[in-house]
Ligand binder design. Structure first.
Ligand code: NAP
Length: 290
């Protein structure tokens, strides 16, 4: 078994971006600017957004964090999005999900200017992805494709099973893997909670992408000898032995599955850091397009 090391791969990407930013600055250009909107005080969202701001600082981007109380009205949030859409000094922005129940996430997503939608969630960008046109690909599937590319994992003609059909991970992942590209050109099965014979199906996969959010759901008997296993899941499980009070667990039973897999991503240190690096790549792309 070999590790698909998202941590070191993402560090390499960050270094490449930092080099490009310092070249831009040396030519007197302003740096790329990513803004993030955070509503409420959910612990995981706070951590994700803080990491995004830290990542921007590390590569030399400008960043803005716009915070709203969880009682913010939908109208007020939409007004801020309009303001960011019009602000020429902001290249891209994200609205950290989930949002409080009284705010319609779809309304928020569709109100973001597609040219600044570096999360790749808005209908125009998702449509472009389906058509194979230039777009912002959602950060997690984009990061996984980059990881496969940088490790030269052969995907052509392989059977790829994607577990989970969410709009931000499973579905775009399945589209990307089925595309006539490298990586890509796989024969893809998109599985979900209504899929029958899931164990047997997963055991046929040359490439298995688990994105369901069920800790350690994928056991060794669901994995083919020599498969490539990508674990997207991140669940916080209470753990009193840790200073943080929790530990992160993936969707895959790492130790036993690693014995059968040819390649596997760890949690943490696999898909997570690649997702973060992807957002930076998308922001740089938005900046260069402008
Ligand atoms: P989501 O929106 O909750 O979607 C979960 C998907 O898994 C759904 O399609 C669901 O099927 C399917 N599913 C649930 N239980 C299943 C089961 N027992 N068998 C088969 N399919 C099942 O989740 P998400 O946003 O895609 O995230 C998935 C996981 O990835 C979470 O742990 C999340 O924290 C993690 N994540 C990690 C990163 C990263 O950077 N590493 C980024 C994003 C998400 P139905 O559609 O039928 O309900």
């Amino acid at each position: 078994m070999q590790i698909l090391d998202g941590k070191s791969c993402s560090e390499q990407i960050r270094q490449e971006i930092a080099d490009q930013v310092s070249q831009l600055k040396s030519k007197g250009r302003r740096p790329p600017h990513l803004a993030a909107i955070l509503v409420g005080d959910d612990g995981a969202s706070e951590t994700y957004v803080a990491n995004k701001v830290k990542d921007c600082q590390q590569v030399g981007f400008e960043s803005s964090l716009i915070r709203f109380d969880k009682s913010v009205s939908e109208a007020e949030l939409l007004a801020k999005i309009e303001e960011l859409n019009a602000n020429e000094a902001v290249d891209g922005f994200i609205v950290q999900l989930p949002l409080p129940d009284h705010i319609d996430e779809h309304k928020v997503t569709v109100s973001i200017d597609p040219r600044k939608d570096v999360d790749g969630f808005c209908p125009e960008n998702v449509g472009n992805l389906c058509l194979g046109l230039p777009t912002f690909v959602s950060a997690t599937p984009n990061g996984i494709m980059e990881l496969l590319a940088r490790y030269n994992i052969e995907t052509e003609g392989k059977h790829c099973v994607v577990l989970g059909r969410s709009n931000i991970v499973g579905t775009p992942m399945a589209i990307l893997m089925s595309r006539n590209t490298n990586p890509g050109n796989s024969t893809v099965t998109l599985a979900h909670s209504r899929t029958k014979n899931l164990k047997a199906l997963c055991a046929e996969a040359d490439i298995l992408v688990a994105a369901i959010g069920k800790p350690e759901f994928v056991s060794a008997d669901m994995v083919k000898q020599g498969a490539v296993v990508i674990d997207v899941g991140i669940t916080r499980l209470a753990d009193d032995s840790r200073a943080s009070g929790f530990r992160l667990v993936g969707d895959v039973q790492f130790d036993s599955v690693a014995e059968k897999a040819a390649w596997i991503t760890p949690v943490p240190g696999g898909v997570g850091p690649m997702t973060r690096a992807s957002l930076l790549q998308n922001t740089l792309k938005a900046y260069l397009r402008n």
